[in-house]
Write a protein that binds this ligand. Structure first.
Ligand code: ZN
Length: 250
């Protein structure tokens, strides 16, 4: 029997079964980002289907701190659910589908309202790397101005057109601010995307503190962030294991 999506179209076919360890990583990513104060009651994290690049995995609409494996749903890149079963879905899921379409190199996406980053989206002060851990911010962080895409809105990425506009603003970068709303961080895998989301928030906090001291601020030079960003020894697994042990202990 063919189920229908909320849009009335036939539901897309599944990309196939996904290893429970992969689903567990996505659940852990949600828990870590909530534990680290990056995701609050809102925000979400997705991963591309490991064997079907035109599908992605994302929880049903729930707060990230309480998500379990049974809440993970599968979507096509139009953000239509494969197996909706009447479950409530995130309104802003279109940003995931459109970024996966635009960026074949991206396999995980975090959309957060992480609080210390938001001021940099509404101020003329640019978010810049102040420490080696956030070298990936080097070269300028784009800021998505939703007014340019759609005039007056409620600032949410409610449809594919807005998702496409956000993906365009992100371009080839790892992070994009969303003015008056939050940000997106992407990565080639879930650990990298989570690392970037945590350290975007950390950098924003450190940068605001450096500015508050009142003197001049020395940011990482291009030669420095390029060396760090290009050295390839990412070692993001180390903090991931620590963050994971914290959430598993709860
Ligand atoms: Zn949002």
């Amino acid at each position: 029997m063919t189920e229908t999506s909320s849009l009335g179209d036939p539901a897309p076919a599944t990309g196939g079964p996904v290893d429970s360890a992969v689903i567990d990583d996505l659940v852990v990513a949600n828990r870590i980002l909530a534990d680290q104060g990056v995701l609050d009651g809102y925000g979400h994290v997705s991963m591309r289907h490991p064997r079907a690049p035109d599908r992605y995995l994302l929880s049903r609409s729930l707060s990230p701190a309480i998500i379990t494996a049974g809440d993970i749903m599968e979507f096509d890149l139009q953000s239509r659910p494969v197996d909706p079963r009447g479950r409530k879905m995130y309104l802003e899921r279109f940003l995931h589908g459109e970024i996966y379409k635009a960026r074949p190199d991206v396999n995980a996406i975090v959309h957060s309202h992480s609080p210390t980053v938001i001021p940099f989206g509404v101020s003329t002060v640019k978010l810049q790397p102040v420490c080696h851990m956030s070298a990936f911010l080097g070269g300028g962080v784009p800021n998505f101005e939703i007014r340019d895409a759609a005039g007056m809105t409620d600032l949410l990425i409610r449809n594919a057109a807005l998702g496409r506009a956000l993906a365009q603003a992100l371009g080839t970068r790892d992070v994009c601010l969303m003015r008056g709303h939050g940000n997106v961080c992407v990565g080639s895998d879930i650990i990298t995307a989570v690392y970037r989301a945590v350290y975007t928030e950390v950098n924003a906090k450190l940068q605001a503190q450096a500015i508050a001291l009142g003197g001049g601020v020395t940011y990482l030079a291009q030669g420095e962030w390029e060396l760090i960003a290009n050295r390839g020894d990412k070692n993001f697994d180390r903090p991931w294991q620590m963050w994971k042990s914290r959430v598993m202990a709860k």
